[in-house]
Design a binder for this molecule. Structure first.
Ligand SMILES: [Zn+2]
Ligand SMILES: [Zn+2]
Length: 278
């Protein structure tokens, strides 16, 4: 059973975008790529399977006697799936692991993409060695009601090859995960604004600074200042800039965080290992 504090909470197992960036300059914010664990009452919901998923798998294997584990993928770029072949519970009988994705077209189902990821010569064992795993496709925009009073809502994001944003509701609280997505300056992404309306915590793609942003049109990412703008508009309580650029050092991110906090007190950049309660 999940063991985190609080009725609805999120733990960051990987905060980095693009590629893992371990080293002395990334100790504070973390070097692993995107992986988030959300505990909603008695349920565990994982968003993304970046390199952070390996340590989360070890944690689950050590602390749980067996359970259903749900992994919702934002999309399949490497930084969001590199940890999947190293997710211990997928190889263990006592866990039922479910993978979900909502942005693929019909020909490229979740199972097919994960099969390809572990196909020789890319990986030594095929996907079929996973035990008791199931693969689910849905269409971004759909919503699910899980047992235990957990609601999941989704929306399509603006990203090369597509991506899906998530909102997890439990006990009157909510956590949203909006990564990877590109905004059009001066124009509000209404699908995102609607999804995050009144959320307690919004984790948001802040790969680039405002200064960097114009050079990266079409890369599919956003900024912390856009996160703050959407949060103000949609009445979000706490903004958590996330999906840090591998070139952004701890010192640099601390400066950016201070600038964001000056504009919107309470904003906190995602740090690997941190737990936030909604
Ligand atoms: Zn990414
Ligand atoms: Zn991506």
């Amino acid at each position: 059973m999940p063991d985190q504090a609080g009725d609805l909470s999120i733990r960051f197992w990987g905060t980095r975008g693009s590629i893992a960036a371990p080293g002395p300059d990334t100790v504070e914010f973390g070097g692993n790529t995107t992986c988030l664990e959300i505990i909603a009452g008695k349920r565990r919901v994982i968003v993304d399977g970046g390199t952070g998923l390996r340590a989360l798998g070890q944690h689950i294997a050590k602390t749980s006697e067996g359970e259903q584990v749900d992994i919702y993928l934002t999309h399949f770029h490497w930084d969001h799936i590199a940890g999947i072949p190293f997710f211990g519970p997928a190889y263990m009988d006592r866990f039922d692991v479910n993978f979900y994705a909502g942005h693929l077209d019909e020909k490229r189902a979740v199972c097919k993409v994960l099969t390809d990821q572990m196909m020789a010569p890319l990986f030594p064992v095929p996907l079929k060695v996973f035990k008791g795993c199931a693969y689910h496709d849905f269409k971004a925009g759909e919503r699910f009601d899980l047992d235990g009073g957990v609601g999941i809502r989704t929306c399509r994001l603006n990203h090369p090859n597509g991506a899906c944003g998530y909102r997890i509701d439990y006990g009157g609280r909510s956590i949203c995960v909006i990564t990877d997505t590109e905004h059009v300056p001066g124009r509000t992404d209404e699908a995102i604004a609607e999804l995050v309306e009144g959320a307690d915590i919004m984790v948001y793609d802040a790969m680039f600074t405002d200064q960097e942003y114009p050079r990266f049109t079409g890369w599919g990412h956003s900024t912390w200042s856009e996160a703050l703008r959407i949060a103000d508009l949609a009445g979000v309580r706490t903004v958590v800039p996330f999906h840090h650029d591998p070139n952004h050092s701890d010192g640099f991110l601390r400066q950016e965080e201070a600038a964001a906090q000056a504009q919107r007190p309470g904003t906190v950049f995602a740090r690997e290992g941190t737990v936030l309660t909604a």
